[in-house]
Design a binder for this molecule. Structure first.
Ligand code: BGP
Length: 463
């Protein structure tokens, strides 16, 4: 079977600032970010001090992307690298850093897909009471305006906020210390939604012909049995995890099931008439989503045998609503993430069916313990197999009618994993640095590098 991808398909790869650049605060005058100061159980903050040192290797890194044949590169701008304080003073060094990157990408004809905010908000936001304070929305708007003013002519596609849903589902690994079933957490989500809408509106006003979209993390949801009640759990989680976020971004208002759930559980956030107007006005040009796996759910009650922790890795557990269980039909990565290529096709169809907007996949990939051999090779056939299966399903989704315009696997080059540090590698290029921050930082091409190069050359024809 020949795979089908449209002529101008955007083949590329993805990274995020705090996981890739390194901090280098003194040298770069970068403000502190929540991620610099936050130490999760698995990580030391020193990881982010150097990360993959893209800050000093950007030229070489972009050359490697060009060698793979990238048509686009998805990366994030670090908010604390650009804005110094609550007054909104701009760090010119930060502007210059990204300007150079944009110009280098243009040199190779690589389109830029830029996330405005990928988890690393500046620590000074905590001086106004954090994301739950509505002043956060103004701060975000001011920051977005600076980006549009400085880079408006250089960026091809803007993405608003990375995985907005994960401020709820995975708040604990991105430095938030807020209870999950509380008004506060939903206030944060709401403020982020309004901030996102403000950015979309501003982008359209300031930059003619600009293209901007949300960047959620989506998962198809399966019922864990044929019991009708477990299908209710499926509907619940589907709404709670996917549609609640995408409806407000794409239809301009919150969906009713979601709001009813919050009201019933006394978790409703505060929303003003003016905010409703802002949400209503904003319309994205496309949807960018990140896909890693599916979720399987059952209905649970407190007395049952689901004795587990509720976090991103273990999954959701809300009584009489949805409880995530293992899917015995799926293989897992070395880090326990379920691998579900058909799930990608399912969610592509569901999202396209619901919103009818072009879609780009801005993250998808396999985290593994890669090993560099004595002759400096990395034989990551498992990663190639993973990508092959996902690409086949993408091709089928396109054939079935989905308007899929791009694929940016995570990650272009090795970087620090949010959950497990650099030992969990994702890239097509190996970066020589270990968990203690030791290594030459040399880049080595993995087997998947050469494989992806051929995929791009053949426009997905040769997998
Ligand atoms: C997504 C994030 C990325 C990245 C990825 C892999 O949720 O957008 O920043 O980290 O997941 O996750 P991890 O690094 O924990 O393996």
């Amino acid at each position: 079977m020949k795979n089908k991808f449209p002529k101008n398909f955007l083949w590329g790869g993805s990274t995020s600032a705090y996981q890739f650049e390194g901090m280098f605060k003194d040298e770069t005058k970068k403000a502190d970010s929540i991620m610099d100061n936050f130490i999760n159980n698995n990580l030391q903050n020193s990881y982010f001090e150097i990360a993959s040192d893209h800050y000093h290797n950007w030229k070489n890194d972009i050359a490697l992307m060009a060698e793979m044949g990238f048509k686009c590169y998805r990366f994030s701008i670090s908010w604390p690298r650009i804005i110094k304080n609550l007054k909104g003073e701009v760090n010119e060094k930060g502007i210059e850093f990204y300007k150079n990157i944009f110009l280098e990408l243009k040199k190779y004809n690589i389109k830029s897909v830029v996330t405005i905010f990928h988890f690393d908000y500046p620590l000074f936001i905590n001086e106004i009471g954090g994301l739950q304070n509505k002043e956060f929305i103004n701060q975000f708007k001011k920051y977005s305006k600076i980006l549009f003013e400085n880079f408006g002519q250089l960026v091809d596609y803007w993405l608003t906020i990375n995985e907005l849903c994960n401020f709820y589902f995975a708040g604990e690994i991105i430095g938030l210390n807020v209870k999950k079933d509380s008004k506060e957490i939903w206030q944060i989500i709401h403020n982020l939604n309004v901030a996102q809408a403000e950015a979309i509106n501003l982008c359209h006003e300031m930059i003619p012909n600009s293209k901007i979209g949300p960047a959620p993390n989506v998962k198809p949801i399966y019922a864990g049995s044929t019991k009708p009640i477990d299908n209710i759990a499926r509907l619940n989680l589907n709404n709670f995890r996917n549609w609640a976020y995408l409806d407000v971004a794409c239809k301009g208002e919150y969906n009713k099931f979601f709001i009813n759930y919050l009201k019933k559980n006394k978790q409703m956030f505060s929303i003003t008439e003016e905010e409703k107007m802002i949400l209503k006005k904003s319309r994205p040009d496309f949807i960018a989503f990140n896909y890693y796996s599916s979720n399987t759910v059952k209905i649970s009650t407190q007395t049952n045998d689901f004795n587990k922790k509720w976090d991103q890795e273990n999954g959701i557990l809300i009584d009489n609503f949805a409880c995530q269980i293992k899917n015995e039909n799926l293989d897992k990565t070395q880090f326990g993430w379920e691998i579900d290529p058909i799930g990608l096709r399912i969610i592509l169809r569901e999202v396209y069916d619901r919103y009818n907007l072009p879609i780009m996949i801005t993250e998808n990939g396999l985290g593994a313990y890669d090993e560099k051999t004595l002759d400096n090779k990395i034989h990551d056939q498992y990663r190639i197999d993973y990508y092959k299966k996902h690409l086949e399903q993408m091709s089928l989704a396109i054939e079935e009618g989905v308007d899929l315009i791009g694929y940016m696997p995570w990650s272009a080059i090795d970087l620090v994993s949010t959950h497990q540090g650099i030992k969990k590698r994702y890239g097509f290029v190996y970066v020589d640095i270990n968990d203690n921050g030791e290594g030459s930082l040399e880049r080595y091409k993995k087997d998947s590098f050469y494989w992806y190069q051929k995929v791009i050359q053949s426009n997905g024809g040769e997998l």
